[in-house]
Design a protein around this ligand. Structure first.
Ligand SMILES: C[S@@+](CC[C@H](N)C(=O)[O-])C[C@H]1O[C@@H](n2cnc3c(N)ncnc32)[C@H](O)[C@@H]1O
Length: 446
């Protein structure tokens, strides 16, 4: 049962939203891409990445070295990298196997000389393989693209995205990579390979969403891979050296491919959570990462993959109770205009509540959860994510300790949405503001 005191607290907290003004010290608008993509942070593209310096500031001010940090929506592992650099052991969780792949590569320092040797050998093996291919057949035979026979729909989708000759070359690279025995190096190579899939495919260069451009000039995959590896080796070397200088090379940073609604983490073991949750009906992560998902066969069928993500439009058959008056009001308003969207938002808030319950369980008493989230709108209905989250979290025993409003520099997030669908849109075809501001909610477990 919800206590009266909790309701009063929630009301007070909601009032704070009306009074808060942007804090320029959290905008980080002076940072150049080379600074936000420093060390291993630019290994792989990932939508709605954290600014590392934001995670760094939260970790430094709200935890002590040696205390465990968690990111239950780890994405590309920004929080884990920053926690390790600051001497805090960390755990990250994401339902997306691509997030796991990228994070695992990003958090793992590899001795630079050893890695250089490995890269050298890999490139040699690929070149030798390609020479043999051109010696023995003028018209290269289409290889089997997968070690085991692949299902029709996976094959078809791969062929939808890649030209046949490119596919042949990618396959040779893939085979050479998969010979690698050292797991740390294998993940480093796979991460590099995953990041070149998009430029090697028909995927429109300037679109985050899956759109084909059949006139696209496709670069040579091997040339791209070399450039990618060179960039990543530089990042690894700087990361490795910095960890070594600060004596934190062995601090654990453990990524999991798991669900934030069932965290693989012990009760009361975490001191600080730093995370940015998914948004409702904005990105379909299952679709955005489909090239890697298909290549590594992380899913047989995207239709079964999509519903696992919180914020997806694929909500048929799902049930989840938001336990928030504000969420109910938003859903009712939406239902008058668009029942489908109303159902998606209701499930989103319900599933986010399940995540907050898990966060509460794994935090120690006095531990804090920092949630970075913006508000949005679908049609004319404001989707007050931040206020709903606070209401939900205070209802389960968190107190809102601090509320920070930050401006989002436009180069980092798309700031416009299509007003009918709520999806991110290109600036020139959008008609509703997304979130030029976002909140940092700092809640303490009491
Ligand atoms: C805004 S992104 C996080 C980006 C991250 N802060 C970074 O710096 O890369 C939200 C993440 O939530 C993940 N996600 C969605 N549903 C999830 C679930 N049920 N469990 C865990 N992660 C989930 C998505 O895959 C996505 O990576």
């Amino acid at each position: 049962m919800i206590q009266i005191g909790t309701v009063v607290n929630a009301r007070k907290s909601l009032l704070r939203f009306e009074q808060v003004t942007p804090d320029p010290s959290w905008a980080f608008d002076y940072l150049k891409p080379s600074q936000t993509g420093y060390l291993t942070h630019s290994y792989h593209r990932y939508p709605a990445k954290f600014i590392p310096q934001l995670a760094q500031r939260l970790i430094t001010t709200l935890s002590e070295p040696g205390e465990w940090v968690l990111d239950p929506f780890m994405g590309s592992g920004t929080t884990l990298v920053e926690a390790k650099l600051l001497g805090r052991p960390s755990v990250g969780v994401d339902i997306n196997p691509v997030a796991y792949l990228v994070s695992r590569a990003k958090v793992t320092p590899i001795p630079p000389g050893y890695l250089r040797e490995k890269v050298h050998r890999l490139l040699d093996a690929i070149r030798t393989g390609e020479e043999q291919l051109s010696l023995f057949s003028e018209e290269p035979q289409m290889p089997e693209y997968y070690p085991e026979p692949a299902e029709e729909n996976v094959q078809d989708r791969i062929r939808y995205w890649f030209a046949e000759p490119v596919l042949t070359r990618l396959w040779h690279i893939h085979q050479a990579i998969e010979q690698e025995q050292d797991e740390a190096v294998l993940y480093f190579f796979r991460c590099a390979f995953s990041n070149i899939l998009k430029p090697c495919s028909y995927w429109h260069n300037r679109s985050v969403k899956p759109t084909r451009d059949l006139n696209k000039q496709i670069p040579d995959p091997l040339v791209l891979l070399q450039m990618q590896l060179r960039k990543m080796m530089k990042g690894n070397e700087q990361y490795f050296n910095r960890l070594q200088v600060h004596h934190v090379l062995d601090i654990p940073a453990i990524p999991y491919c798991a669900d934030a609604r069932a965290l693989p983490v012990e009760d009361g073991s975490i001191s600080l959570i730093v995370t940015s949750p998914p948004y409702v009906t904005s990105y379909e992560y299952a679709d955005l990462h489909q090239l890697t998902v298909l290549w590594y066969r992380y899913a047989q069928d995207l239709r079964e993959f999509r519903p696992q993500f919180i914020g997806t439009a694929a909500v048929n058959g799902k049930e989840a109770d938001a336990q928030s008056d504000l969420a109910d009001q938003i859903v009712q308003q939406l239902a008058q205009r668009n029942r489908k969207k109303a159902a998606e938002v209701a499930i989103y808030f319900g599933e986010m509540r399940q995540c907050f319950t898990e966060m509460y369980r794994v935090l120690r008493e006095g531990g804090r959860a920092c949630i970075v989230i913006g508000n949005t709108a679908i049609g004319k209905v404001p989707i007050l994510n931040a206020q709903v989250f606070v209401e939900q979290m205070e209802g389960m025993g968190f107190v809102l300790e601090d509320l920070i409003l930050r401006e989002i520099p436009s180069k980092i997030l798309p700031t416009t949405r299509d007003s009918k669908t709520g999806k991110f849109a290109r600036v020139d075809d959008a008609d509703a503001h997304a979130y030029p501001h976002e909140y940092i909610l700092i809640l303490r477990k009491i």
